[in-house]
Design a protein. Structure first.
Lengths: 245, 391
């Protein structure tokens, strides 16, 4: 479970995130939806402790990211935007390296890497050096790497960017499976179809603040429209809505 | 703390698969540098050996006017060739072939017989170094011949020839074979220190600019590891590469210089296993400082390419004191032993000269250099905590 209360982040004179409060529950997929520059990535970066909030706090399974970032990190698996691999290591070694840093014993991390490689259908390239991987192969490896320590909470920043249809389907299936296993999944996106297909809960964020957090059906009802996209545009206050479908 | 070791193992393994790092560590250090210095040294030896042993070829116009002089010169290994062409052609030939042309004027014999100064003209292109030394040698030979005539004249007039030599200067060369060799080997410490630093370059850049550029920094920072431990692990790997490079390079120099045979010149390179081990030990303290310095500089750059440029420039900083030392002829003293890289240079040179430095000097060198390394390492760790590192 991930909670954030009144998170604020400023870069110089720009306030990128201005009091974000949100909650992502276990056993649910929560989507962070917003236009480019709304503060999605900055919010996620504060949650996964790469950035320190200027104000507010967040908790991962009740552990504060401010006071105990190391413990909070143990409970999270993170796929940052544009996550890169080590080109001179194989996919398997990339995965196992993060297992090492999480303190997994050799046997445990080997087994875990083998399991993830199978689960993400990476067998064909698992033992090749990561240099020259396709975007799909890279994201799969980075995702396996993020899950190597069996984190209860999984955070993904724009995970489907640059993926082909097959890779997106693998990812969706994996996220659905993780949800069934009771994990808390929080991911950001600006692609409506993706969010609609996956999320149990939606958080719409614009100009650094949360506009609304609700289930997709509830959002449509609140906006008085049957289309999620239309609801998003209206609720996020983006320009003039098209005629309701 | 175990995280440092984990990061180190991964970085070291990855570096062993990186062609550029391996090239720097295994080829430039142990092969290229000793080869370059060896070639330079052998050339210096051949040049140094030339004046004394090699005959001078002297073209003479009107050799028939000074038969005795030329006979004298022949005794001192001067090959006399009579001029066949006219003077203008001869001068052109002198310029082309770096030879010497001696012109004997018509009145040479007559003036000599009359006890008056007899002149000779020597044409040579002195912009050539080899020609300069031949002119000098020929000049002193002719001076010697003239001196003999002068003494004979004095004796003929009943005077003591010693009147011509009121002061006798004896230049006594007190350089030992080792110190003469060390002068030639002045480039050696430069080569050792530079290649050592270079082999840590890629890991140091990779720790910040490289990780950031390929997008692996952010995932790395989500690991439950203190950030300074990440950078310490990487620096440790850079240090390990530098140690490998240092050992290989020094060993290669020991072997290469052994094969050049400096003893032919009456010099001994004095570069046995003991000296090699001493050089490695003396240079070790500089390694952490170098790794931390390169890491720090790389952290402030915006891209891998930029980091390469700046770190490459920063690599020159530790070599600057060596250049100053060579130009200004600095000698070791305690204050200078507190200058990292310069003190390592002094240690290398003292070992080559077989003039051991006092233990306090060695302690100052190691102490100050290690302290600098610790301070720089601390700052590199601090830097890894900054959010700006993400770019």
């Amino acid at each position: 479970m991930i909670e954030a209360r009144a998170l604020v982040k400023r870069f110089g004179t720009v306030t990128a995130v201005d009091g974000v409060t949100l909650r992502a529950a276990d056993g649910r997929i929560t989507g962070l939806l917003g236009p480019n520059g709304a503060g999605k990535s900055t919010t996620l970066r504060m949650l996964y402790t790469v950035l320190t909030p200027d104000d507010g706090d967040a908790w991962v399974d009740g552990v504060s990211v401010l006071t105990d970032p190391l413990q909070a990190r143990r409970r999270m698996g993170v796929l940052p935007h544009g996550a890169g691999l080590y080109p001179n290591l194989t996919a398997r070694e990339n995965i196992e390296y993060f297992g090492t840093l999480h303190g997994l014993a050799r046997g445990a991390r080997r087994a875990r890497a083998a399991h993830l490689i199978e689960r993400l259908e990476m067998q064909s390239f698992a033992d090749r050096l990561a240099r020259g991987f396709s975007q799909g192969q890279r994201v799969k490896t980075a995702l396996a790497r993020a899950l190597v320590h069996q984190p209860r909470n999984v955070l993904l920043d724009e995970p489907t960017n640059g993926l082909d249809v097959m890779a997106v389907r693998t990812l969706r299936r994996l996220l659905a499976e993780l949800r069934a296993e009771g994990h808390c999944i929080l991911f950001s996106s600006h692609v409506m179809q993706e969010v609609a297909a996956l999320c149990d809960e939606l958080i719409i964020i614009a100009a650094g603040t949360v506009i609304v957090q609700a289930a997709p059906e509830e959002l449509k009802a609140r906006a008085g429209t049957a289309s999620l996209e239309e609801a998003f545009v209206r609720l996020a206050g983006l320009g003039t809505p098209e005629s309701s479908a | 703390m175990r995280a440092i070791w984990r990061v180190f193992r991964k970085e070291f393994r990855e570096t062993l698969r990186d062609r550029r790092s391996l090239f720097t560590t295994l080829v430039i250090g142990p092969l290229l540098m000793p080869a370059l210095i060896s070639v330079a040294l052998s050339m210096a030896i051949r040049h140094g050996a030339a004046p004394a042993s090699r005959p001078i070829v002297l073209t003479v116009a009107h050799a028939e006017r000074a038969p005795q002089l030329l006979q004298f010169l022949r005794q001192y290994r001067v090959h006399i060739r009579a001029l066949q062409a006219d003077r203008a052609t001869a001068r052109a030939m002198v310029k082309r072939s770096h030879s010497l042309l001696l012109y004997v004027p018509r009145d040479f014999g007559a003036r000599l017989a009359a006890g008056k100064p007899a002149s000779l003209r020597l044409y040579a292109d002195e912009s050539e170094r080899a020609v300069q030394s031949r002119v000098q040698r020929l000049g002193s030979l002719i001076g010697l011949y003239g001196g003999t005539i002068a003494r004979l004249r004095l004796v003929a007039r009943g005077l003591d020839p010693q009147l011509l030599a009121p002061i006798a200067l004896h230049a006594i060369d007190i350089s030992t074979p080792q110190s003469r060799a060390a002068l030639v080997l002045g480039m050696l410490s430069y080569a050792i220190l530079l290649t050592m630093l270079m082999s840590g370059l890629y890991i140091a850049i990779d720790a910040t600019a490289g990780e950031r550029e390929r997008g692996s920094l952010e995932p790395l920072l989500t690991m439950p590891v203190r950030r300074e431990y990440l950078v310490y692990g990487k620096m440790l790997a850079a240090c390990a590469m530098m140690v490998v490079s240092l050992v290989l390079t020094v060993a290669a120099f020991a072997v290469a210089l052994h094969h050049i045979g400096l003893d032919r010149l009456g010099m001994s390179a004095n570069f046995g296993p003991g000296v090699a081990a001493g050089i490695v030990l003396g240079c070790l303290p500089l390694i952490p400082a170098g790794a931390a310095l390169m890491t720090l500089v790389a952290a402030y750059t915006r891209s891998y390419r930029e980091a390469q440029t700046y770190v490459g420039l920063v690599l020159l900083v530790p070599t600057l004191p060596l250049i100053f030392a060579n130009i200004m002829g600095l000698r070791p003293r305690p204050a200078l032993m507190a200058v990292p890289s310069l003190s390592q240079h002094f240690i290398i040179m003292s070992l080559l000269r077989a003039q051991p430095l006092p233990a306090t000097d060695l302690a100052i060198s190691a102490g100050v250099t290690l302290a600098l390394g610790a301070v720089l390492t601390f700052f590199a760790g601090r830097l890894y905590r900054r959010e700006k590192l993400l770019g």
